[in-house]
Write a protein that binds this ligand. Structure first.
Ligand SMILES: [Zn+2]
Length: 119
């Protein structure tokens, strides 16, 4: 069954473009959910990363942390290296919205990190 790799929606055989985003559909079975993760947000400190992860988990989103730097050797970016939040692709938009909301509410500092740009 064709599916949209962006929205993870399956379509009938006759359809070749996603009704949602207009992207060309890919043929075949949808890859397992677990493999489709994206890096969403880069935190300068593990503390902020843990805080954001807890926040997303409460909202029932799947979130993992990926260590990018070393805590013993400061990098140019952040003193404590960098921890990235990894979320499901189909939940990335929702997760980003929650992070922005938390910053507006003052629960997390806007300087905690930055969104990872997708290539
Ligand atoms: Zn789509």
């Amino acid at each position: 069954m064709p599916y949209c790799p962006k929205c993870r929606m399956e379509y009938r055989e006759a359809v070749d473009h996603c009704a949602d985003c207009g992207r060309r559909l890919v043929d075949g079975p949808m890859p397992p959910d677990e493999e489709d993760f994206v890096e969403l947000y880069a935190c300068a400190t593990r503390l902020d990363a843990e805080r954001l992860k807890a926040m997303l988990t409460v909202e029932k989103l799947v979130c993992n942390l990926r260590e990018m730097g070393s805590t013993s050797f400061p990098t140019g970016g952040g003193v404590y290296g960098e921890v990235r939040l990894v979320v499901r692709r189909r939940e990335a938009e929702q997760a980003a919205e929650l992070i922005r909301q938390a910053m507006q509410d003052g629960e997390i500092s806007p300087e905690a990190g930055e969104f990872v740009e997708e290539e």
